[in-house]
Design a protein around this ligand. Structure first.
Ligand code: ADP
Length: 299
């Protein structure tokens, strides 16, 4: 079942379209990522989905087209811009937010789950960046949403806190919540997302799984090894998986696609050639974005 359907979405500020004809849909139970460089239009896109901005054109349907009041009950939103009053304590924020919902989660359990129980009486302004982030995730989940929209949830966190947050998101998904995640971190997108929408300068570049996107990079595989002096590269150049073969003394470098490593090792073994120092490297999402847009996502 599709829980989010975006069709031909366009949004402009002044005379410039910052979201320009974006369409994608998100299936129930997915962690779906919106990935692109800063300023690409990711936040604007999800703000339109969350009903916080009015699109200039196109349609957005969430949970089959629920109306605003009902949608607010079913949607958990964590945005970069959402700040809390400095003096509100952790428990007060959770208690307040849970009062907005008809059928809220037990916020004590949620507070425990995001590891904030020992900070329950700490005012918002005194929390660390990671603690604020975890509180905002808890607040997005306190209404027991069907869909959670999370924007740049690990920006500013140290690597350990980032991994902890990823684990938390995976647990939330395991509970059946569909997650729409905005990110500009490749590693986060690759680790967490089932599928990704790549966005660049307001336009949708591609929608696919991380592996599917990487597979689109031509010659996405890179294999090197050392071969005996008598080795004839013609053994490899004819293979369908091989793009290019370069030789530098004993060192052979092959680029190609598909099951490149397997094709090479099979060909070498049937010719009785024993390679040494065999290494294989895969293209990354960064390479995929570069190949699709001509630009790198800088983090
Ligand atoms: P991202 O989330 O990918 O970083 P945003 O959706 O935040 O991108 O922004 C896309 C573009 O729209 C940026 O150039 C940003 O400066 C501009 N923008 C965002 N919000 C506003 C606004 N309220 N008024 C004018 N321009 C805006």
């Amino acid at each position: 079942m599709k829980v989010i359907e975006v069709n031909g979405l366009r949004k402009k500020y002044r005379d410039r379209f910052v979201v320009d004809d974006v369409s994608f849909s998100v299936e129930e139970g997915e962690i779906f990522g919106v990935l692109g460089p800063n300023g690409a239009g990711k936040t604007t896109t999800v703000e339109c989905i969350a009903g916080l901005r009015v699109p200039d054109a196109g349609t957005v349907k969430v949970l089959g087209g629920l109306h605003h009041a009902e949608l607010k009950q079913r949607l958990g939103v964590q945005l970069q811009s959402s700040a809390m009053p400095a003096k509100i304590k952790v428990w007060e924020a959770l208690d307040l937010y849970s009062s907005f919902y008809r059928d809220p989660a037990d916020w004590h359990a949620l507070m425990e789950r995001v590891g904030l129980t020992d900070k329950r009486n700490t005012p918002y302004a005194k929390l660390s960046g990671g603690q604020k982030q975890r509180l905002s995730i808890a607040l997005a989940l306190v209404g027991r949403p069907k869909v959670a929209i999370l924007d740049e949830l690990t920006t500013g966190l140290d690597p350990q806190a980032r991994r902890d947050t990823w684990e938390l998101i995976e647990q939330v998904r395991a509970d059946g919540v569909t997650i729409l995640l905005v990110t500009h971190f490749m590693e986060e997108a690759e680790r967490l997302c089932d599928r990704l929408a790549l966005i660049d300068a307001g336009r949708l570049v591609a929608v696919d799984s991380p592996a599917g996107l990487i597979a689109r990079v031509q010659d996405s595989q890179h294999v090197t090894f050392r071969a005996p002096a008598a080795f004839d590269t013609a053994l490899l150049t004819g293979l369908p998986q091989v793009g290019e073969v370069r030789r530098d003394g004993a060192r052979i470098e092959v680029t190609g696609s598909g099951e490149l490593l397997l094709a090479i090792t099979t060909a070498l073994s049937s010719a009785g050639v024993v390679p040494t120092d065999l290494r294989a490297e895969q293209a990354t999402l960064d390479d995929a974005f570069l190949a699709l847009t001509g630009r790198k996502i800088s983090t």
